[in-house]
Design a binder for this molecule. Sequence first.
Ligand SMILES: Nc1c(C(=O)O)ncn1[C@@H]1O[C@H](COP(=O)(O)O)[C@@H](O)[C@H]1O
Length: 170
Amino acid sequence: MQTTQKNRVAVLLGSEHDAPLVEGAFTVLQELDIPFEAHILSAHRSNEAAIRFAEKAAEEGYAVLIAAAGKAAHLAGVLASRSLLPVIGIPLSASLGGMDALLSTVQMPNGYPVATVAIDGAANAALLAAQILALGDENLSFRIQERRKAMAEKVAQADERFHRSFTPNR
Ligand SMILES: Nc1c(C(=O)O)ncn1[C@@H]1O[C@H](COP(=O)(O)O)[C@@H](O)[C@H]1O
């Protein structure tokens, strides 16, 4: 069932085959209690549907669009060309280690930005979407801070396990 709140994130995948590389985004969005919808949509293979989706996204309650695609990854750019919502691109390592998708996602012409995360950086795409939503949501901001604290705690624990030192006798 769709909510009418304007706080949803859309996660668009260029192909069903991309799903395993995008799971990290779903995990983060669920962890942070952010409503999302995920769809398969292609700027190449379902061009009209992609354009329709972008044009209606704001009125359908989406606040941020995440587009994940490999190879000639034009999905994020096409969505950005038809919507004023922030678009976050995840270049996927479907071929050439993801360099092809990275360049096609990040090298947008002046005027149509796509916020591009690392190759296969699905979790960071979700976190960036969360931080955008948190601009107008103090509770979400608190949840993100708590997540960061938990990460810092893990680093401290790793340091306790790992720490070593050596002082030479002179
Ligand atoms: N880059 C795009 C777009 C697009 O940009 O619109 N649509 C599909 N694809 C990508 O093609 C790759 C191969 O797709 P298939 O495995 O379905 O042939 C996928 O990584 C997909 O994201």
